[in-house]
Design a protein around this ligand. Structure first.
Ligand code: SAH
Ligand code: SF4
Ligand code: F3S
Length: 469
């Protein structure tokens, strides 16, 4: 997808800022590869950039406010450069963004990113582009007919990104329509990619040394691909991908509770390179709230999923997400969420204050009636419960040996030991297969490699370790 730059454009410097979830991080990586291939230069410093791209998130108002503040700053700067708003907020707001920010040159939804190089070229000629997917109410066909839906992933430059880790999209969109959530509107209907295309991508990544592959989907375990009378489910996909030579760790996020069959749990238990890590958000521990959220399970069903997971894999690590202050949430519902955290023994939970999203059923039909102060308190309380549970979980590792994939020097500030000038004794950061952040002292040359380490200490967020020779 070269787009024939003129000489003056060949050295255009592009700065990309990424907000939001792993899907956006993957999209930004794919965009980076695409733009490098088309002759652009990617820079780390916004001040030097000729093109400012911001890959946006709409999941909570706070995420959108960040974009407004960046665009406000851009409006106030003397530097005139090409500005592109990409991703979920571009899809949600479309040309509406131009009313307040007329200087924006490109508005590009997540389904149109494959054409971004061309849009930048046009912007250099003074042309504005607004490119978004059709509105969801125009139906599935509008998306399924889009043959380019995978092209960004297809044309992937496997050398761009972290040396040992890579995200791979297995599905797009979401059909669950939880009443609070904007994702089904901005990412479109759920469409699973062909297993052959996924296999090929994983193979190429593994050949390039990317040995830890994380499969991505909004409800990744709902993956289902049908062609003729052949159907491939998520456990089949895991089995197939685990056989790709060079894949040492296979992970996946995020899971939806009711789509987590025993076949997947068994595949995780039996396939040695599939990490025993599950991120499966309950969102609430209260049946009444779950129902209002349109989560399609009860508390009892969630509990029994957790029980099955621990029964099949006693050493599995589980993480969750919660929303506090959902419309009509009472103390008793909040208590039920706290109880769910204790019962599920989560490694960690992400806890969010409810944010009404325009266009969702929640925003249309439910009054956002939990005061902000109460949301804040409930958020703090759930974090405190989770911290107790996390501490116990992390401390159970002390004395054990674990395998770490080393990511690089540790940016952790709480126990800074990067005081040495000796590159052989830096504080390095790695992750266990269960996604525990682990720090140890070692040479910087270990980045991207697997090491064995003995855990010596633990906080609620971090393991501390010594290398085992
Ligand atoms: N697909 C994933 C989650 C996507 S959004 C899943 O289904 O689990 C990531 C998290 O943001 C959600 O798990 C939820 O906890 C939170 N979230 C989504 N919409 C929200 C909203 N309107 N207000 C607050 N938190 C929200
Ligand atoms: Fe949003 Fe629910 Fe879909 Fe997750 S499953 S992306 S929370 S609608
Ligand atoms: Fe945000 Fe879009 Fe991800 S709304 S959470 S960046 S799918």
């Amino acid at each position: 997808m070269m787009c024939g730059l003129s000489d003056s454009e060949k050295t255009m410097k592009v700065y990309i800022e990424t907000l939001g979830c792993q899907m956006n991080r993957l999209d930004s990586e794919l965009v980076t590869g695409q733009l490098l291939g088309a002759g652009y230069e990617i820079v780390e410093d916004l001040d030097t950039a000729d093109v400012f791209l911001i890959n946006t998130c709409s999941v909570r108002q706070q995420a959108e406010n960040k974009v407004y503040s960046r665009l406000g700053r851009e409006a106030g700067s003397d530097r005139r450069r090409i500005v592109g708003v990409l991703g979920c907020m571009a899809q949600r707001r479309g040309s509406g963004l131009l009313k307040r920010y007329p200087f924006v040159d490109i508005i590009c939804g997540p389904g149109q990113l494959h054409a971004l190089g061309e849009m930048i070229r046009r912007a250099a000629d003074g042309e504005q582009t607004v490119a978004c997917d059709p509105d969801r109410k125009d139906g599935r066909a509008a998306f399924e007919g889009n043959s380019s839906i995978d092209s960004l992933d297809h044309d992937r430059d496997t050398a761009v990104g972290s040396p040992a880790q890579a995200y791979v999209r297995v599905m797009r969109g979401c059909d669950k329509f939880c009443t609070y959530c904007i994702v089904p509107f901005v990412r479109g209907p759920e469409i699973s990619r062909s297993p052959d295309a996924i296999y090929e991508e994983v193979k190429q990544l593994a050949n390039a040394g990317r040995s830890e592959i994380t499969l991505l989907g909004q409800t990744v375990n709902s993956y289902r691909y049908s062609a003729g009378d052949r159907a491939v489910g998520f456990s089949d996909l895991l089995e197939r991908l685990s056989g790709v030579p060079g894949v040492r760790r296979l992970r996946f996020v995020t899971s939806y509770p009711t789509d987590f069959g025993d076949d997947i749990l068994h595949a995780m238990r039996d396939l040695p390179n599939v990490c025993r890590y599950i991120h499966c958000p309950p969102q609430s521990g209260s049946d009444r709230i779950l129902k209002t959220m349109n989560r399609k399970y009860t508390r009892t069903q969630y509990d029994s999923f957790i029980d099955r997971a621990y029964e099949i894999m006693p050493d599995v690590t589980i993480a969750g997400d919660f929303i506090v202050g959902f419309p009509s949430e009472e103390e008793v519902d909040h208590e039920a969420s706290a109880d769910l955290i204790r019962r599920s023994r989560f490694k960690n939970s992400f806890i969010f204050k409810y944010s009404a999203r325009a266009g969702t059923v929640g925003a249309k039909t439910l009054e956002d009636n939990v005061p902000f102060e109460v949301k804040r308190r409930r958020n703090r309380e759930l974090l405190a419960v989770q911290a107790e549970v996390s501490l116990e979980h992390f401390q159970s590792f002390v004395g054990r040996e674990v395998e770490l994939l080393v990511e690089g020097p540790s940016p952790l500030a709480d126990k800074p030991i990067n005081v040495s000038d000796d590159p052989n004794r830096l504080q390095m950061l790695g992750r266990t297969s269960g996604d525990h952040i682990t720090v140890f002292q070692g040479p910087v040359s270990l980045a991207g490699q697997y090491v064995t380490a003995r855990i010596t200490d633990a906080t609620a967020f971090t393991l501390f370790a010594e290398l085992v020779e």
